[in-house]
Design a protein around this ligand. Structure first.
Ligand SMILES: [Zn+2]
Ligand SMILES: [Zn+2]
Ligand SMILES: [Zn+2]
Length: 326
């Protein structure tokens, strides 16, 4: 530790290092292909003498002059693949929101929370993956509200809101400028948006215990739940969708959101209200139950991968998964 502090301090007082870097560009005779080659070398180490940066350039500068002709000696066809950028994580999504000027520090986390709560995204380790519903909602927004989902437009709007906060813009004008065109878009969208009920209301093959109408898997403000298809007719029967089996009482574990913690999601036993079973879990459940005792397992994301742990205190079975790129 002392070494780290000492070398950093001394380095901060030293002169910069100097590197020499040459870039050579070779253009084919027909001017269709450009080949670029860079090489550098260290001329003077500077602060790097005490604080190695791990990138000391030991190359040599080839002796080329502008206009030199080069002779093609060999031609090797090779196939290389460019990796697509990885999926967003919570951190990289917040970074891109910051860079694009959409959202403000106070809204970054709640925005991602909303995507979660409405089942627009699901998590795979640290990665955020759009759900089928998320993609569908995005398609509809792109089609009917192109301005609202445009990053530039949103960033501009947030900028104007900041001006309102600083007292530089009058809020009534700002709101009128925004709302007047938006009202028209909203009206035309409400007339033209496709019916999404095949996604948001799916029959589950079981009837309502109260009124015998078919039950459906429905999408509400807080994600999916099971409800009666006769909602319009007045039946309010609902059930939560179980995510696993309670290790304490073999009841169903369902997703809940805390009233205090800004709707933070957690998982608890459905029998809490009836028998007082106090099983709760903060980490998200794994897709499959424990292979040993069938109890619910939790997923914890670590730097090196995902640790899946059985929540049964008598079992504690653990699976380590390393996270690949996808
Ligand atoms: Zn019913
Ligand atoms: Zn229980
Ligand atoms: Zn187990």
């Amino acid at each position: 530790m002392y070494d780290l502090i000492w070398s950093r301090f001394v380095a901060s007082q030293m002169t910069p290092g100097i590197d020499e870097l040459a870039t050579i560009e070779i253009i084919s005779e027909d001017a269709r292909y450009l080949f670029r080659f860079s090489e550098g070398r260290q001329i003077f180490p500077g602060f790097r003498a005490v604080f190695p940066t791990g990138e000391a350039k030991k190359g040599y500068i080839p002796a080329f002059f502008e206009g030199d002709q080069v002779q093609l000696q060999q031609f090797l066809p090779e196939q290389k693949f460019t990796q697509p950028p990885p999926r967003f994580t919570e951190a990289s999504l917040i970074r891109i929101m910051e860079e694009s000027g959409i959202g403000r520090p106070a809204t970054y986390v709640p925005t991602i929370g909303t995507l979660d709560k409405r089942s627009y995204i699901e998590r795979k380790g640290r990665q955020l993956k759009p759900t089928q519903l998320g993609k569908l909602v995005d398609d509809i927004l792109q089609k009917h509200f192109p301005d609202i989902v445009d990053i530039q437009f949103t960033a501009g709007l947030e900028e104007t809101l900041d001006e309102v906060a600083r007292g530089k813009t009058e809020w009534k004008h700002m709101l009128r400028d925004f709302y007047t065109p938006f009202e028209g878009v909203l009206k035309s969208a409400s007339e033209n948006i496709e019916d999404m009920s095949h996604i948001t209301r799916v029959p589950i093959g079981r009837d309502c215990p109260l009124c015998s109408n078919p039950l459906q898997k429905k999408l509400g403000k807080n994600g999916y739940f099971i409800g009666c298809s006769n909602f319009v007719g007045g039946c309010r029967y609902t059930e939560s969708i179980p995510v696993g089996i309670c290790p304490l009482c073999k009841g169903k574990v369902v997703s809940k959101s805390s009233k205090k913690g800004k709707g933070r999601k957690f998982y608890g036993c459905e029998n809490y209200a009836s028998t007082g079973c106090e099983f709760i879990m903060m980490d998200p459940p794994s897709e499959t139950p424990c292979p040993k005792c069938r109890s619910i397992m939790s997923q914890k994301v670590r730097k090196t991968g995902i640790t899946v742990t059985c929540q049964n205190p008598d079992c504690k079975f653990v699976v380590e998964q390393s996270t690949g790129p996808e």
